[in-house]
Design a protein around this ligand. Sequence first.
Ligand SMILES: *Cc1c(COP(=O)(O)O)cnc(C)c1O
Length: 407
Amino acid sequence: MTPPFTPSSPPSWLDEIPARLADIERAHLLRRRRVVQPAGGAHLLVDGQPMLAFCSNDYLGLASHPALAAAAREATHTFGVGSGGSPLVSGHSAANAALEHELAAFVQLPRALYFYAGYATNTGIIPALVGEGDALFSDALNHACLIDGARLSRATIHRYPHADLVALEAALAASTARRKLVVSDAVFSMDGDLIDIPALLALCEGFDALLLLDDAHGFGVLGPQGRGSLAEAGLTGATASRRVLYMATLGKAAGVAGAFVAGDAALIEWLLQKTRTYIFATAAPPLLASALSKSLALIAAADDRRQQLDARIAQLRAGLAALPDALGWRLLPSHTAVQALVIGSNEAALAVMESLRAEGLWVPAIRPPTVPEGTARLRIALSAVHTADDVDQLLRALHRHAAHAPA
Ligand SMILES: *Cc1c(COP(=O)(O)O)cnc(C)c1O
């Protein structure tokens, strides 16, 4: 017999949720979503208001490219909309299969596996590679999904200070684990700096470690024809190492959605067999794969867009260098589309964001826990669709704010 259902007596932990939300708000950490609509170039309608946006990862401006939309539309005639199942059952459509070959060829690595999201890629492949008793080495500024994948794996985690390869070498040397995995962003998502890939790989070669490189912010933008930071480092094609698993996302510069991991054919086959986020999830819709095939062709031919982006990066950095030192604002070193202006406290960063918003400029303030305490910042994301005027507007507004901010 089922016991009678009696509500437990108060207080319930559920009653604490509103107070806990209020705590988040008091710490200036409450996040709000804005409803956005594209309005041409880098312009958006944000909650109905026109804004000039510096917050999109659509670095080449391909997300709204008519050729991608046409490819997706066209694909729906052949494939319909949904994939219908896991890739290991019935979801591996001809479009997805073709895309995997194109991705491998594009990044000049033997084989690729196409996923529906970058978050699921990293949280899935890390536990497929290492487990209890193995060792994982992780840069302190790695993206959240690399951190979550590391935790899920149950491997022993050695977190080394950001980009500190001396500390990494010491940790690798001290480890007696038979399987070692080093995981790192290639371009760090909140700082914009690029890791020294050849040096990182040399360490992995020396200590029989595998390197998982997340190039979410380099793919499409860096390297010859946008083939990514591993290609820029000259470590693809004939000079590729079987010790590198190259992962990149397809919702940023590629302008669509999804991700892939590429590398040695046996390693990729292993991931296909063992990655739970791949096996137990519905495959990406084929219309996205068709759009992505088109996107790869556009990326390869987009030197003009990459030059445009580089010009805007140089313009922004030159303009920010002229800000008064007394404020204590700090522009982090970066030659990528991600430009971080560290303000300091959450409150001060939010104040700058709000004053820019009042002028129709949308630049997100990134706060802990996304970045370390005391380093709240503006994350200025540039795109090939920004004009010189757009960047000038942002610079003028920041200089005006700086002139009025308490030093
Ligand atoms: C955006 C991002 C991801 C997650 O990719 P999604 O496709 O958005 O899930 C993974 N790693 C890094 C470094 C990212 O910036």
